[in-house]
Design a protein around this ligand. Structure first.
Ligand SMILES: [Zn+2]
Length: 258
């Protein structure tokens, strides 16, 4: 299957966030994936001052397809933490930005239990009401499989159910189209990209670092991580320079092009 490509235009950063909350004490697992609410607000304020429009993946589509040009940045949240609704939504609304939250569909109303073996603190994920509040607030829900599956470990049929099923389940939960996918752990093969396309998704994002460039596959988009340690100057450098592009693995660039 030949995958749809990004049309060559200026590089587009897609930011990756996880939790928007005050980090747990020093030594806690994955502490780096927390961005404090006030830091998030300052980051969105910086984007605005720099003249960026923050967009969901659906909002980004015309730019990825080369139909529009502009100073845009994709904003994505992985896993579906309830603190995204509590802390990120009000900030995004204040600056007039959209965003996509990739939800693990079977864990709606549950916790990040796939992280439990690694000793990661369990925190609530959005339930049906929260997901609907997110969408009603002008933001978008994307899919992140049913169970935060490590796709390459699964037989094809099970992987298909994780991908396709998460879309069906989420569309039923939020009563809105779910057109964008994110590979858990950033792990996938070309077979999974084909399954994502067959399930009707428009894009899929990875954990590969870099800004989106012309020629990238829409089904294997790189992103720009924002961590607890990401200062405002570093965020600015990540957006406007090749800082992230240089951190992209050569293998992924080849992979993205096959
Ligand atoms: Zn995840």
């Amino acid at each position: 299957m030949s995958w749809p490509r990004v049309v060559p235009r200026r590089a587009i950063p897609i930011l990756t966030y996880h939790q928007i909350a005050v980090a747990p004490p020093r030594g806690a697992a994955f502490r780096g994936l927390y961005v404090a609410p006030d830091a998030f607000a300052r980051q969105m304020g910086l984007l605005r001052r720099l003249g960026y429009q923050g967009l969901s993946m659906s909002g980004l589509m015309p730019y990825l397809r080369g139909e529009r040009t502009g100073r845009v940045v994709g904003i994505t949240f992985d896993d579906g933490y309830l603190n995204n609704l509590t802390h990120a939504l009000p900030v995004l609304q204040r600056v007039g930005y959209s965003a996509t939250c990739y939800m693990v569909s079977d864990r709606a109303g549950g916790t990040n239990d796939w992280d439990e073996p690694l000793g990661v603190a369990q925190v609530p994920l959005m339930d049906r009401g929260a997901l609907r509040a997110w969408v009603a607030g002008g933001l978008e829900i994307g899919a992140h499989t049913r169970s935060h599956a490590r796709l390459p470990d699964l037989p094809t049929e099970q992987a298909r159910r994780e991908i396709r099923g998460s879309r069906d389940d989420l569309e039923a939960l939020v009563d809105a189209p779910v057109r964008h996918f994110c590979y858990p752990y950033g792990e996938y093969t070309s077979d999974h990209a084909n399954l994502v396309a067959a399930a009707g998704f428009d894009t899929a994002t990875t954990t590969e670092r870099g800004r989106v460039c012309g020629g990238d596959s829409l089904l294997a988009l790189p992103r720009v991580p924002v961590l607890r340690s990401t200062s405002l100057p570093l965020l600015w450098i990540k957006l406007i320079s090749a800082y992230e592009d240089r951190r992209r693995s050569p293998a992924s660039q080849n992979h993205a092009r096959t």
